[in-house]
Design a protein around this ligand. Structure first.
Ligand SMILES: Cc1cc2nc3c(=O)[nH]c(=O)nc-3n(C[C@H](O)[C@H](O)[C@H](O)COP(=O)(O)OP(=O)(O)OC[C@H]3O[C@@H](n4cnc5c(N)ncnc54)[C@H](O)[C@@H]3O)c2cc1C
Length: 334
């Protein structure tokens, strides 16, 4: 029997299905669990969870700890962390993985602090070292930094959607379901009343074939409008870097990179983006990369296939109008 505890994924669900990031983490957890010779298990909290349980088992979970209760319908930080800590103290997982999502970004540190263990956030890779410790890879100092948690258990990490592949589904796979009672708690300090999903561009950024990502070089809200206009003309997904979020031009949901989304479009166009590693790590899967930057010496040009050394505020309106004119001419021919 292995001396290690199981590998856990704290899963998320919506509309009766497990979230893609949770399935991707189950795929990775399954690999790690097989290497350690332990179970791959998942914790699922919410209400009306039958479909999500099937997704987790079909994707590789051996066991699902299930807390299915109307009080858990919306993510509640106090209640969710209480249940996860209670389960972790009882079942002693070796590793706990969560998505770098709105929920995971808050819940993972809450759980890690209560379990008095370490947490590596926004990992871009996970593997076991030769002592079977979890190596958590994070871009830093111009390379990849490897973090281990040598003493404390569980080892905890968050990972964004798209870092790992979605595992193949095996609908015949069976697993164990362990019903988890929901504890009675007093009125919490923080309570989720409603979850409002903001639309990102015309659809999910992760599914967009072309992505335009605007950066600090857009310069102003007016400059940002030119980035938006190019997006509209191309029918592309609108993404951004951290400074664009900080300036209030774009929502956090559209940020690409280490602390944002991981995307693999056919075409990535970075506008006024300097090519910092924390952003570029989110687009390593892009097939064709283009950058528009007014500094011909910008490091971004070393990382892309095609570079345009122009002021984006002048170049983008011209490009958008050329695309519009081209589209109009094609319409006229049909
Ligand atoms: C732990 C950590 C995590 C992070 N995670 C992320 C993340 O997930 N995603 C992310 O994006 N960032 C992240 N960051 C921030 C990241 O390090 C960079 O600061 C950020 O990506 C830089 O954004 P930028 O390229 O838009 O801005 P800058 O680096 O300021 O670059 C702006 C570029 O625009 C060019 N420019 C200026 N004016 C014009 C013009 N008129 N026309 C054309 N080009 C112009 C400039 O030459 C420059 O190259 C993280 C940082 C840390 C420390």
């Amino acid at each position: 029997m292995s001396s290690f505890g199981p590998v856990w994924v704290i899963a998320e669900q919506s509309e009766c299905a497990a979230e893609i990031v949770s399935l991707q983490l189950v795929g990775k957890a399954r690999q790690l669990a097989e290497q350690l010779g332990v179970n791959c298990e998942s914790v699922l909290l919410g209400s009306n969870l039958g479909g999500a349980v099937r997704d987790l088992l079909a994707s590789g979970a051996d066991r699902v700890y299930l807390a299915d209760d109307p009080r858990l319908e919306l993510y509640q930080p106090a209640l969710y962390s209480e249940i996860i800590c209670m389960l972790a103290e009882k079942w002693k997982p070796e590793i706990i993985l969560m998505g770098s999502t709105f929920m995971g970004r808050e819940l993972a540190p809450l759980v890690a602090a209560r379990l008095r263990t370490g947490l590596a956030a926004h990992c871009t890779g996970l593997r076991l070292d030769r002592d079977n410790r979890l190596e958590q890879l994070i871009p830093a100092y111009g390379g990849l930094m490897s973090i281990v948690c040598p003493e404390k258990r569980p080892q905890m990490a968050t990972v964004a959607r798209g870092v790992f592949a979605t595992p193949a589904r095996d609908a015949q796979r069976k697993g164990e379901i362990v019903a988890v009672p929901v504890p009675e708690m007093g009125e919490p300090t923080v309570r989720t009343l409603e979850i409002v999903r903001e639309p990102v561009s015309d659809g999910q950024l992760e599914d967009a074939r072309v992505i335009v990502s605007g950066g600090a070089g857009a310069g102003s809200a007016e400059g940002w409008e030119a980035v938006r206009e190019l997006c509209r003309e191309l029918g592309a997904g609108l993404a951004c870097t951290r400074p664009a979020v900080d300036a209030g031009w774009a929502p956090l949901e559209s940020m690409i990179g280490q602390s944002g989304k991981m995307v693999s479009p056919e075409v990535y166009i970075g506008v006024g983006v300097s090519g910092e590693q924390q952003h570029m790590v989110g687009v390593v899967g892009a097939k064709l990369m283009i950058a528009v930057n007014n500094d011909p010496k910008s490091p971004v040009f070393e990382q892309v296939d095609l570079g345009v050394a122009e002021d984006c505020r002048e170049f983008l309106p011209v490009l958008a109008s050329k695309i519009r004119a081209y589209r109009e001419s094609r319409k006229a021919c049909v």
